[in-house]
Design a protein around this ligand. Structure first.
Ligand SMILES: Cc1ncc(COP(=O)(O)O)c(C=O)c1O
Length: 396
């Protein structure tokens, strides 16, 4: 049987990580893999997570199964964090939340749910989008199309073109939107643009699927979900895929959730029954440890405050590194062509150079980024910013 299977080419990001590790150069810079890094280049365990983890372990009396929906207290807390207590769908009991194995698990559950409800649905994703959206959504058998989102040469959103394209989508189609800190561009919708998009989704009867993987990395925990709250409280139906990998630094614990909003309480129960059946058929139940930690933090005022502080520090560091790199680039190029880096949000921006330049940066300067020139700004430090700027100026 296995003779039919040929070896696949390695995942681009994993391949890049291996290349970076094997590079013997003393001065090398990893702007590739999408994890947060502190000044020392580490991806730390947050202090609030350490404290919560100790409590979770001390209180734990069993390792027995939890449920296909995971922890109820986690699901309630996620709903409150993302939608807020005043949300009409929460008040009217039209929202349902199921714990999922990370944001990826949530995206896949959402895709399978869409496929179960309306197999012919097309999902419209931004051009460009995070590389894993295509396999995660496409593997469920849904058709994917791209809507214009970002113009690399001008570093601006293509918002008019985005609306014009979505205006031609078939009623019932799904539109995947990054809730904040767009990956890979760092370019987000303004509140006016969220308003206009919401109007179009309602008018064209399109279903929003919001990918929320960086809540707290853009502005703060509230502002980063303003678009999510607007869309989910205006439209009768929506989906939100939530990840705590980045904002709680719980990457390997696989902590996420899928929130669905339905037209009525009865319909919401029906939808949730399908979500749980899909979960049962793929992995049965989500892992508990990370969700127990997240629930502990979200339920305890002191731990939550500590988290908000640590989150602000991570966000602040990325913003400082954005400003620093833009400043260094301005100094060596003597123009403002990289000022956009400072304006954008979240961990990623597209440097906006060709793949040949990306190759030259890697082979000549040992600076690693994805072939589309996506940089993880958390890989920048006060020590390497000038080096990176000089290399970019030399190669662009
Ligand atoms: C846009 C986006 N969505 C979802 C995820 C899901 O992450 P995870 O499955 O690790 O929670 C990521 C992680 O990189 C992401 O960048």
């Amino acid at each position: 049987m296995f003779q039919t299977l040929d070896r696949l080419s390695p995942d681009a990001i994993l391949g890049l990580m291996a290349q970076f590790r094997a590079d013997p150069a003393a001065q090398k810079v990893d702007l590739g893999v999408g994890v947060y890094r502190d000044l020392a280049g580490n991806t730390p365990v947050l202090e609030c997570v350490r404290r919560a983890e100790r409590r979770v372990l001390e209180a734990q009396t069993t390792k027995s199964y939890v449920a296909a929906a995971g922890r109820e207290e986690f699901n309630r807390a996620v709903e409150a964090l993302v939608l807020g207590d005043a949300h009409p769908a929460v008040r009217e009991r039209r929202a349902r939340t199921a714990q999922a194995p990370g944001g990826c698990g949530a995206l896949r559950l959402g895709a399978e749910l869409i496929r179960a409800a309306a197999p012919a649905t097309t999902v419209h994703v931004s051009d460009p989008t995070w590389g894993n959206h295509t396999p995660l959504l496409g593997s469920s058998g849904l058709k994917l199309e791209r809507y214009p989102y970002y113009d690399a040469p001008s570093h601006e959103l293509r918002f008019a073109a985005m609306l014009e394209r979505l205006d031609r989508a078939a009623p019932g189609d799904v539109v995947l939107v990054h809730a904040c800190c767009h990956n890979p561009t760092g370019a987000d919708l303004s509140m006016d643009q969220w308003q206009a998009l919401t109007g179009l989704l309602a008018r064209r009867r399109l279903t929003p699927f919001l990918d929320l993987a960086y809540q707290g990395f853009g502005a703060d925990l509230i502002e980063d979900v303003a678009g999510v709250r607007l869309v989910t409280s205006t439209l009768p139906e929506s989906l939100v895929a939530v990840s705590f990998s980045k904002n709680l630094g719980l990457y390997r614990e696989r902590v996420g959730a899928i929130i669905t909003v339905s037209e009525s309480e009865t319909r919401a129960d029906a939808v949730q029954s399908h979500v749980l059946q899909i979960a049962r058929s793929i992995y049965s139940m989500p892992p508990d440890h990370g969700a127990a930690i997240a629930a502990c933090i979200l339920a305890d005022a002191a731990l939550k405050d500590a988290w908000i502080g640590e989150l602000a520090a991570m966000r602040g560091r990325i913003q400082e590194m954005r400003a620093l790199l833009a400043r260094r680039l301005r100094a060596v190029t003597r123009d403002g062509s990289f000022d956009f880096i400072e304006r954008q949000r979240g961990m990623f921006s597209l440097l906006g150079v060709s793949s040949a330049v990306v190759d030259a940066l890697r082979t000549r300067h040992h600076i690693y980024m994805l072939s589309d020139s996506r940089m993880n700004l958390a890989g920048i430090t006060p020590e390497n910013a000038a080096y990176v700027a000089q290399a970019v100026a030399a190669e662009r």
